[in-house]
Design a protein around this ligand. Structure first.
Ligand SMILES: [Zn+2]
Length: 471
């Protein structure tokens, strides 16, 4: 994981390695600016004296998790072909965990309370929420939250590193490339990017099964409904997916002849040929909104397709995680230094305005304190607690949940919750900023092809991560 570096006036410099950051701090040339993620500030340098290289933020927006990767870009031109080869050296991997579901649940809860109050307390009052018009481009709070938190992190990364360009995965398939009829048969295998995208698109459209016999889990070929020999084109409206036996059996026969015994299937295939894949053409409103917001920054924005991301990932032999998917977005010919831990950033919110806790039937269960700060701590602060003796003796690092009495709970990113820690033992590491942080360890070398979920990689707490990186 690269360490972010600022100059003495707080302007972003090139990120450095952890080792270099440690040396700079030991020699007194730098101060710690921020802990999570780690940012240092040089006290003897100015941005004008430093050489900056192009950095790229790559984004793979998802519904629950957005992958974010900061890479150092370099381009070489192949002398023979004149092609531009783009190389990306990974500096940082992030995964941003959204809280869309929580937001939607709390808003539903609030609406229910208001509805019941209106029914209980008052004369007839018109519902207020049905006669409002939503402005154009309105997105539900749970969706706009994804855009807002992602933009917040893009702004943060720009503050800490000299970012010059942004890449974003915008759509699932490049419809233009797929509809382009100039692709030869061989390229539908994994030859070219356009061929790969067309193949993936067709697999998805036809449900990854043979259109003639519904066979699954066997090698599937691209099937020309009107055979090439009879003038059939490469357009998507002439292509389907078939297993190898069916593909060979049909040969150059027409589909009407081949499926004469099964008119139902014939009609279904004909209808499906014309229908576009709903998911691929449907506009993903959140991604487009994010694209708009990214374009509103003064940086150039490259867009990629999901098909291209997957193609890059396969071609470069990189495992599938959200953060590494982000590294594969857009045009990239090689990716280096990706064996790195990922910083998991969880959107936690900043607590609730409601100060009364209710039980399931709406009765009062208890009250929260009026003030949110207790003994100088607020729920969400990152604290370190050094407990000298007793049952809870030891060092606990994590997100604090404050209690009015001054005994707090500490949510450790790895080791669960420690309850009842006195504020006297706690020290603030970093003020709460609406996010919780945890490290997931790097994917070990040689395990690239194992599904990440089966590797069972543990989350490390900050204390462990720091002690390991210091050794
Ligand atoms: Zn078949």
């Amino acid at each position: 994981m690269a360490v972010f570096v600022l100059d003495r006036s707080g302007k972003a410099l090139m990120p450095c390695s952890e080792k270099r950051a440690r040396i700079l701090l030991e020699r007194g040339r730098a101060r710690v600016h921020r802990i999570m993620p780690f940012v240092i500030r040089l006290i003897d340098r100015h941005v004008a004296d430093c050489e900056l290289q192009p950095l790229r933020v790559k984004l793979d927006p998802g519904s629950k998790t957005t992958g974010m990767t900061l890479v150092r870009d370099s381009e070489t031109i192949t002398q023979a072909t004149g092609e531009i080869q783009r190389e990306a050296a990974v500096l940082n991997l992030f995964e941003l965990l959204h809280r869309g579901k929580q937001i939607s649940e709390t808003l539903t809860y609030r609406a229910a309370l208001r509805r019941s109050r209106r029914n209980r307390k008052t004369r007839y009052r018109q519902p207020r929420f049905l006669n409002r018009r939503k402005p154009e481009g309105w997105l539900a709070p749970s969706l706009i939250h994804r855009v807002m938190t992602t933009m917040a992190w893009v702004r943060r990364l720009r503050r800490w590193a000299p970012v010059t360009v942004i890449s974003q995965e915008l759509v699932k398939f490049d419809m233009q490339a797929i509809e382009c009829p100039g692709i030869a048969g061989v390229e539908y295998q994994q030859g070219t990017l356009a061929g790969y995208e067309a193949r993936e698109y067709l697999l998805e459209k036809w449900g990854r099964e043979c259109c003639y016999c519904s066979a699954k889990g066997t090698p599937l070929n691209i099937e020309h409904i009107v055979p090439r020999a009879k003038g059939g084109t490469n357009r998507v409206s002439n292509l389907a997916i078939a297993c190898i036996p069916c593909n060979t059996k049909k040969g150059v026969r027409s589909i009407e002849d081949f499926l004469a015994h099964d008119p139902k299937r014939l009609a279904r295939i004909k209808a499906q040929l014309k229908a576009p894949l709903k998911d691929a053409s449907a506009v993903n409103s959140t991604r487009w909104r994010l694209y708009k917001e990214l374009k509103a920054t003064d940086l150039p924005v490259e867009v990629g397709t999901g098909g291209r991301t997957k193609w890059n990932r396969h071609a470069l032999g990189i495992p599938k995680t959200h953060a590494l998917d982000a590294a594969c977005v857009g045009q990239v010919n090689s990716i280096s230094d990706w064996h790195k831990p990922t910083l998991n950033i969880k959107a936690t919110g900043r607590g609730s305005y409601q100060r009364t806790r209710l039980n399931a039937s709406g009765g009062i269960r208890g009250y929260l304190t009026r003030q949110k700060r207790i003994k100088g701590f607020t729920t969400g602060d990152l604290v370190i607690a050094i407990v000298p003796s007793g049952k809870k003796a030891g060092v606990h690092v994590g997100r604090v949940a404050v209690r009015a009495k001054g005994t707090f709970n500490i949510q450790q990113s790895a080791g669960g919750v420690v309850q009842g820690i006195s504020h006297k033992h706690c020290r603030i590491v970093q003020r709460g900023d609406g996010f919780g942080y945890a490290w997931s360890v790097a994917i070990p070398a040689g395990k690239e092809n194992v599904p990440v979920s089966s590797l069972n990689l543990p989350l490390r707490s900050r204390a462990q991560a720091t002690s390991q990186s210091c050794n």
